[in-house]
Design a protein around this ligand. Structure first.
Ligand code: ADP
Ligand code: MG
Length: 719
């Protein structure tokens, strides 16, 4: 039996009363297996003696003391007992807040075992958090003391607590559960690996993670469980990668495009677009296109993630992929997260691809029946070659003639279910059902560690270069009280014909907070700060038509100052804009800041980004330590990959945009950042095992993978 097959409720544990079972259920622990997987968050080593004098090294003391004297401070009912103690090394004070009863127990002259956290205060070594145990008849032999003691001689688990749970309850229940259920547990890791790395068998690992007999045992238990977790994570990733490698199905019937342009095939179409461009592809774009072409010519459907920093020219790469699909007789669909961005892509596609005879359709949720019906008809008949839009591209009533390529822009904005719906459209194509090629694009660089997991079954192309002639954006930090200077600077840029973005964390004024908001600031910037320039406002609550008009006016330069919330974060491309002012910058996440800054520096002019932060301390809603670190990262780095790694360090993988949407990465004990090296090894092991076995997995391992897959905390959602 595997650990996660211990699905019986906790009332099977001896001594677990109904109250305890209810408390556990409240904390989400409804099975014995889940209880045993509630790993300690820390361990207290009370197995080695630490004399009082050594408290500075570990802050924890574990010793035998004699009580010297009592003292009280405070008044009346608030009086607090102080107990003076000493061991052979030093004197110290136990401050007994709310524990006046200790006066009797800690009688002067008696000896006690003492465990506690100590600190230095008022010239004394003090503790307020301590546990004591009377010592009968002098100091016993160390060995027997360890055995008999409740407080000493062992390493104690410290569990993460939630409503109603106490350390005492968890320690007791887990201890009993271990003795009832641990011994027959089966190993989950392949024996070769356990042997090679000298890891523990599962039963021993799970016992030792909770109640290690020594620090060495604890280390090995952690190592075992971490490796096991990462190994099966990668088994699942690898399994999906291999399952998807089923050969292309369906034969392509010649599309309307092919009928119209008999002479074409994929490559010439791409060449014709390149010839029309006023610039050359960057080396990074060229490599990406080559990789995509190879995939699309290959025997298996493509599943590729195209990573490239903001402004690296991913859109063009996706257009070239679309040309390949269209040239080969299929249809392409390009999905963007916002209508604003979808529209921009559609316009670009129209400008670049329609001259080549490619028919483009624009489809969003806002297009109503009158326009929609003929549009859907032409998608189903193959009269449209490329559809550009929002997730409406994949709503229920949309049918494709021959969907061969799906491009998902800013993929982190989409949930996993949406991506699945997309793929299903390919299988439902009228003329050539089959898995379409998939190209996901992201400007939120995915740190390497995550690339090996969440997106671990995708091939990855990375564009590392920006188009030539771009000047790095100059970034400045400014206090809110100095905003006048920032406005002055921006004013000079505007006077020189440039444009500027101003971004705020809120759409409208919030009564309870002293934060600037987009609406009020649009008013203020328009009337008092830049009265001679035209200012406009966009945010997510405006209707699409209004947003479109505003963006269009900004793009054409009719509006010089665009006031916005983070809706301008993705995609928008206005090369003449040279200033990005982000107010209350401390309130934005790193990746949002990076995306926002990426909106400028897209033309030949020097561009600037001002990160304006609140003067007040954290209490006033101003700069926290975290906020400070983020701003500093922005100041010192421009490479999106470096920023993403910093983001991961600051926030942990669970918080990274897009990952939380996928409901992924509730790992039990492994930490993708800390254990990155182990992860890479586990991946090699897992993939080797999968490749060695024609059935993908030996039956016993397949069973583990299945059990893990069904049971959180182990649920990677991978495309
Ligand atoms: P992103 O990767 O952020 O989506 P875009 O696709 O929006 O970047 O491209 C940014 C800008 O760079 C666009 O205006 C695009 O026309 C331009 N561009 C793309 N490729 C090149 C290139 N090879 N040389 C010069 N400009 C390019
Ligand atoms: Mg883009």
């Amino acid at each position: 039996m595997f650990l996660r097959e211990l699905t019986m409720p906790p009332d099977h544990i001896k001594g677990a009363g109904p109250a305890a079972v209810r408390t556990l259920a409240h904390a989400g622990v409804t099975s014995v297996g889940a209880l045993l997987c509630r790993y300690p968050r820390d361990w207290e080593d009370r197995s080695v003696a630490v004399p009082l004098a050594d408290f500075g090294r570990s802050s924890v003391v574990c010793t035998v003391v004699r009580v010297l004297a009592h003292d009280w401070f405070g008044f009346g009912g608030m009086k607090t007992l102080k107990v003076y103690v000493e061991d052979s090394s030093a004197r110290a004070v136990l401050v007994c807040f709310n524990r006046p009863f200790l006066e009797k127990q800690l009688a002067v002259g008696r000896q006690f075992r003492l465990w506690g956290r100590f600190f230095y205060k008022y010239g004394e070594i003090q503790s307020t958090v301590f546990e004591v145990e009377p010592l009968e008849g002098g100091v016993p032999e160390a060995e027997s003391a360890a055995k008999s003691s409740r407080v000493f001689g062992r390493i104690f688990p410290v569990y993460p607590l939630s409503a109603g749970l106490t350390q005492g309850l968890l320690r007791k229940l887990i201890k009993t559960a271990l003795s009832q259920y641990a011994p027959p547990l089966e190993d989950e890791l392949p024996e070769e690996i356990t042997r090679r790395d000298g890891l523990f068998p599962k039963a021993q690992a799970i016992r030792a993670i909770h109640f290690p007999a020594s620090p060495g045992e604890l280390d090995l238990a952690r190592k075992t469980l971490i490796y096991e977790e990462l190994f099966y994570l990668e088994v699942m990733v690898g399994k999906r990668a291999m399952e998807r490698r089923s050969p292309r199905s369906g034969t392509v019937r010649p599309s309307k495009y092919r009928e119209r342009h008999v002479q074409d095939s994929g490559a010439p179409l791409q060449r014709r677009l390149l010839e029309r461009l006023p610039f050359d592809l960057t080396p990074g774009q060229e490599d990406a296109v080559a990789e995509i072409n190879r995939d699309m010519d290959g025997p298996f459907p493509m599943a590729r993630l195209l990573q490239g920093d903001v402004g690296s020219g991913k859109t063009l790469v996706s257009f070239l992929a679309a040309l390949k699909a269209v040239g080969a007789g299929g249809q392409a669909a390009l999905m963007a997260p916002t209508e604003l961005l979808a529209r921009q892509h559609a316009e670009n596609a129209a400008a670049l691809l329609e001259p080549l005879g490619v028919r483009i359709a624009f489809l969003t949720g806002n297009i109503k029946a009158a326009g929609r019906t003929p549009l859907l008809k032409s998608l189903a008949s193959g009269d449209v070659d490329m559809a550009v839009g929002t997730h409406a591209l994949f709503s229920r009533d949309v049918v494709y003639w021959s969907l061969r390529l799906v491009v998902v822009d800013e993929q982190h904005r989409f949930g996993v279910t949406q991506r699945q719906a997309i793929m299903a459209k390919g299988h439902a194509s009228l003329a050539s059902p089959g898995t379409p090629d998939l190209l996901m694009m992201s400007a939120t660089p995915i740190p390497r560690t995550l690339a090996l997991t969440v997106f671990g079954d995708l091939d990855v192309s990375v564009i590392r270069d920006l188009p030539p002639g771009r000047k790095p954006v100059k970034t400045h930090l400014a206090r809110e009280s100095n905003e006048g200077k920032v406005y002055e600077f921006v004013g000079r840029e505007l006077a020189a014909g440039r444009q500027a973005y101003f971004v705020y964390p809120l759409i409208e004024a919030a009564d309870n907070r002293d934060l600037k908001d987009a609406e009020s600031m649009a008013e203020r910037l328009a009337t008092t700060v830049f009265p001679r320039h035209k200012t406009a406002l966009v945010h997510s609550r405006l209707d699409e038509e209004e947003k479109r008009k505003t963006m269009e006016a900004f793009r054409r330069g009719e509006v010089q100052v665009l006031v916005a919330t983070s809706v301008v974060e993705v995609g928008v491309d206005v090369p003449n804009a040279s200033c990005m002012v982000i107010e209350h910058a401390e309130r934005f996440g790193l990746s949002a800041l990076h995306q926002l800054r990426g909106r400028v520096g897209r033309g030949g002019e020097q561009s600037y980004c001002f990160l304006v932060y609140s003067d007040e301390g954290p209490e006033g809603g101003g700069l926290t330590e975290d906020g400070k670190t983020r701003l500093k990262v922005m100041l010192e780095n421009s490479d999106g990959f470096v920023i993403a790694e910093e983001d991961l360090k600051l926030r942990g993988p669970g918080q990274i945009t897009g990952i939380e949407q996928s409901g992924y990465l509730a790992l039990g004990i492994a930490d993708l950042v800390r254990d990155a090296g182990e992860l890479a090894r586990a991946r090699t092991d897992a993939f080797a095992m999968l490749e060695a076995d024609p059935e993908l997995l030996a039956p016993e391992h397949r069973r583990v993978a299945e059990v893990l897959e069904r049971a959180p905390p182990f649920s990677p959602v991978v495309m």
